[in-house]
Each structure stands twice: as C-alpha cells, then as structure tokens.
Design a protein around this ligand. Sequence first.
Ligand code: ADP
Ligand code: ZN
Length: 205
Amino acid sequence: MKLIIMGAPGSGKGTQAAIICKTHNLPHISTGDILRKNIADGTALGKQAKSFMDAGKLVPDELVVALLKDRIEQPDCAEGFLLDGFPRTKAQADALAQIVKIDVALNLETDLDKLADRMASRRVCLKCGYTTSAQDAPDGICKACGDKLVIRDDDKREVVENRLKVYAENTAPLVEYYRAAGVLANVDGMQSIEDVNKAIEAALK
Ligand code: ADP
Ligand code: ZN
C-alpha cells in the first residue's frame, strides 16, 4: 500500500499516520519529523530548513523533494509506505508522481477555526516524533521513548496563523489534484482519535 495522508496543520494527521503504520506495518515518512530531526542534529539540511520552519513557511521544494526521494528509495519502502506532510505543493505532487504511483490519498477534513487551539496544546518528542497534548502528558515525558516533550517552535500563535494560510494557498488545492487522479478518500477529522481511525480503516478497504 502506497498511501498519503493530507490535512491542515493540527488536523491530527501525524497521530493517525502513526496508528495506520502500526496496524499495516508500513514505514511512516513524515517530512516534518525528518526536518526537525535534522535541525536537532545540526545537519546542513537542518540549518537550511530551520528559518523557513520557524516562520511557518514551506521549506523549498528542491530540498524536500530530494529528501523524500532518498527516503522512498530505501529498501523498506519497496512494498509500501505512508507519506505524512508530503506533498504540500503542486510541484511536490508532480515530482512524487514521477517516482511512484499512489494508491490512496487520505484527506482529514477539519474546522480550520479549531486548529489553532489544538496546536497551542501540542507537545512533541524531537527524538522519536511522538506527538501528544499537554493535557494527555502532564509529566512532559515521551510515552514512546522516555525523552522530554517540547513545544514546537512553529506552534506559537503568530506562526500558526501563517501555517494555516500557507496550507490554504499551497496544500488545500491538492485535494482536487488527488480527486482528479481517482485516489482521494475524505475522512471527517473532527471526531475522536479512535473514530477517525475507524473511518480511515473503512476507507482503506
Ligand atoms: P504540520 O502539518 O502540523 O504543519 P509538519 O511536521 O508536517 O507539521 O510540518 C512542519 C513544518 O515543516 C512545515 O510548516 C514546513 O515548514 C516544513 N515541512 C514539512 N514538510 C514539508 C514539505 N513537504 N514541503 C515543505 N515544507 C515542509
Ligand atoms: Zn520519544
């Protein structure tokens, strides 16, 4: 299965992606996680990406496409994978179409005006990518690996607004792109984590 999961920032796509990958034993490829790991490790790619990410802007297509292509060509992706946070622009979608054929593009539909609150309480682990909320992890410790949870630099209110704008302008049009390709599956993303997952599994059947 070669899958994409799309949705606005804060739509819960990272959370759902992790569940899908566990259920179906697929590599979870989150370009955001890969970029944050590069920043934490101080790599050249991380240095190039940081200022864009902190401002809530997109990292340039060339950088992200190269990163994605490298990852997707690893042997563990031969049978399938799930892309989370890629593609985010028409140019990225076109580049992806040159590399592989996608089977299903899941799209989490959300109320844009509720997303800013979700992002304000988001906590992430920079080591393993685990994502949760301040309410669900009051001790500030990652349940998956024991490292400390942090607030993402781009989850500050001012930056969130920019990310939602970038999403509406660049990424939302990809819903039509994948509808036209005949692989779109819309899912209501405003339900509980469990119910969103059920709806996704129903769509994948
Ligand atoms: P969210 O979907 O909540 O915004 P992500 O972790 O997917 O979180 O992305 C965080 C940031 O990483 C984006 O705002 C952007 O700067 C950068 N980024 C991630 N994926 C891409 C991509 N495919 N193209 C360009 N920039 C990206
Ligand atoms: Zn962790």
